[in-house]
Design a protein around this ligand. Structure first.
Ligand code: NAD
Ligand code: UD1
Length: 335
């Protein structure tokens, strides 16, 4: 298939592009580099050994997208979004503009060009504070911050579009906690400034960029008092996107959890990372982070049923691959 990958130079997008190219898909990456760079695109080409077409642009530029889509594109994978929860609380309009207006421009362009197949990056954030675990796709949805609201709104907009146009086919993928890196160690997660997510923070402590990890709360009603999450290897996510593409074209909107289906505590992540890296990860317990929940993990059985997909890699492997990337590139793509 010829696939337009919006946000394809980002963390999840870059791993997915390598996998798509390895499966023989024709990939066009569209990215404004607001959170990535040309180095990533070059590495995607090197790793896959395939030629990658890259167009620098913004998803809010409907005309640019229409021109690209008219060139025989079969499907779009839409990763392009701003994703920092605290940033979204400080500048909600910037997030609404980028994530919502951007996606609507993309949908307009798809409609004009007659491209009717979409895979959309959603997030487990749409579940807010879950009432029960494991979380199924039919659990109640609520946004607890502006970023989460952008995902919730776009899920609904895409759902409505599928209802009005029976030929429009969308798969909404709700990622749990993406982690790890490509096994080569040449591409990985490269946060801007201090990481807000656990795994990249732990990796930066292990490599010596930061003194210690602050663990947000040790008084949760969990097995060791720290928060429990469903970490999912980024290569497993990449695989799910390739499988999702194969299911498009039948019309309708399908929503799928992408998680491993088991939870790990913060202390278990620290311990797994210490084993994988051979380094100590000093930590201290601090107050809970506002907006955090005690535990969240997926029921991924619908993804297994519909895509024939389940997670292949465990937490140890996520830590090993994250460490290979972090230790080889202490300053991310700048090193
Ligand atoms: P990322 O920031 O690494 O990648 C996003 C890419 O989109 C970047 O390359 C950025 O430059 C590009 N981009 C952003 N706005 C754009 C715009 N207006 N026009 C063109 N390009 C634009 O993020 P990621 O971790 O790879 O996340 C990918 C998607 O998955 C996002 O939609 C995110 O909300 C979602 N998601 C991520 C996580 C996570 O923890 N990483 C969890 C759940 C969902
Ligand atoms: C965060 C986001 C969520 C987003 C998800 C995946 C918040 C409030 N939520 O959720 O919207 O969908 O990432 O991108 O930001 N932890 C520490 N110390 C740290 C960092 C994290 O103890 O420095 C703990 C957290 O309290 C949590 C666990 O580690 O228990 C995982 O945290 P994180 O990686 O931020 O993911 P989520 O909390 O699931």
């Amino acid at each position: 298939m010829k696939v337009l990958v919006c946000g394809g130079a980002g963390y999840i997008g870059s791993h997915t592009c390598v996998t798509l190219l390895e499966h023989g898909h024709d990939v066009v990456i569209f990215d404004n580099f607001s959170n990535s760079s040309q180095v990533v695109v070059d590495r995607i080409g090197e790793l896959s050994g395939a030629s990658v077409r890259f167009v620098r642009g913004d998803v809010r530029d409907q005309d640019a997208l229409e021109t690209l889509l008219a060139d025989g594109v079969d499907a779009v994978i839409h990763f392009a979004a701003l994703k920092d929860v605290s940033g979204s609380c400080q500048q909600p309009l910037v997030y609404f503009e980028n994530n919502i207006v951007g996606t609507i421009a993309l949908l307009h362009a798809m409609q004009s060009a007659g491209v009717k197949n979409l895979v959309f990056s959603s997030s487990a954030t749409v579940y807010g504070e879950p009432e029960a675990v494991p979380i199924t796709e039919s659990a109640p949805l609520r946004a607890t911050n502006p970023y989460g609201l952008t995902k919730l709104v776009m899920e609904q907009v895409i759902g409505e579009l599928c209802k009005t146009d029976p030929e429009f086919s969308a798969i909404l993928l709700r990622y749990f906690n993406p982690a790890g890196a490509h096994p080569s160690g040449h591409i990985g997660e490269d946060p801007n400034g201090a990481p807000s997510n656990l795994l990249p923070y732990v990796a930066q402590v292990a490599v010596g960029l930061r003194d210690r990890l602050d663990i947000f709360g040790n008084d949760y009603p969990t097995r060791d008092g720290t928060g429990v999450r469903d970490y999912i290897h980024v290569m497993d996510l990449a695989d799910a996107h390739v499988k999702a593409l194969q299911k498009l074209g039948q019309g309708g909107c399908v929503t799928l959890n992408l998680g491993a289906g088991r939870g790990h505590s913060v202390l278990e992540v620290v311990s797994a990372f210490e084993c994988a890296s051979g380094r100590r990860v000093p930590y201290q317990f601090v107050a809970r982070r506002h907006g955090d929940v005690a535990e969240a993990w997926a029921d991924p059985s619908r993804a297994e049923k519909i895509l024939g997909w389940h997670a292949q890699y465990n937490l140890r492997r996520m830590c090993e691959d994250a460490w290979r990337w972090q230790s080889g590139h202490p300053n991310g793509y700048r090193s």
